[in-house]
Design a protein around this ligand. Sequence first.
Ligand SMILES: Cc1cc2nc3c(=O)[nH]c(=O)nc-3n(C[C@H](O)[C@H](O)[C@H](O)COP(=O)(O)O)c2cc1C
Length: 195
Amino acid sequence: MKKSIPISNHFCPQTLFIYGTYKEDGTPNFGLFCWFSYYFDREMGVMACIGGNKLTRDRIHETKVFSANLVTEELLPLADYFGNIEGYSEGKMRVPVETEKGRLLNVPVLAKSPWVFELEVDRSLPLEGGEVLLCKIRNVLAEELLCDETLSLEKRMETIRPVHSIRQSYFRWDGTEFGPWGEPMQKVLNDLKGR
Ligand SMILES: Cc1cc2nc3c(=O)[nH]c(=O)nc-3n(C[C@H](O)[C@H](O)[C@H](O)COP(=O)(O)O)c2cc1C
């Protein structure tokens, strides 16, 4: 039996991506995003929703390009930090993070993410307070292990272990709860304090 409840997507697992953009001074900025999916228009594209003003949005407007880096259990503390600390606040990017440059686009890429889209905005639909971006996928960077067709899909997914967001918590690939939003980043904050 189902019942009508207040509008939410609470029990609908969401895959997490870290978006990477270059700031005006050429250094990278990263933010965490989950309103991300795909559409079709002759080829597969990516649709992304950004709500409210944030540095990632400003930089995408300016450069028209960004990277979307799949978040894994290993990356979660950093991802949670990127999702809870504003790019507008000074020093967000003081954290140690290994980055590379995109192969096709001028976008920063997280070395530790096993799957990265290099995206170019094709159309942006400004809404009231938010915005939907329709993006062309210019390149996909995949960890070599993912290209090994002798390994089962299950084995490959168990190796990379992407994270899901459900309600206001993170879940591991095996379905167990990792912790609420804001918790995994404590490790990053403690490391920063200790430096
Ligand atoms: C789990 C999680 C998912 C998020 N997903 C989105 C999203 O899909 N769209 C959005 O606009 N903000 C989202 N945010 C908020 C941004 O990560 C946050 O505004 C962050 O400050 C963006 O980075 P920036 O300020 O450096 O641009 C999410 C935050 C968390 C913790």
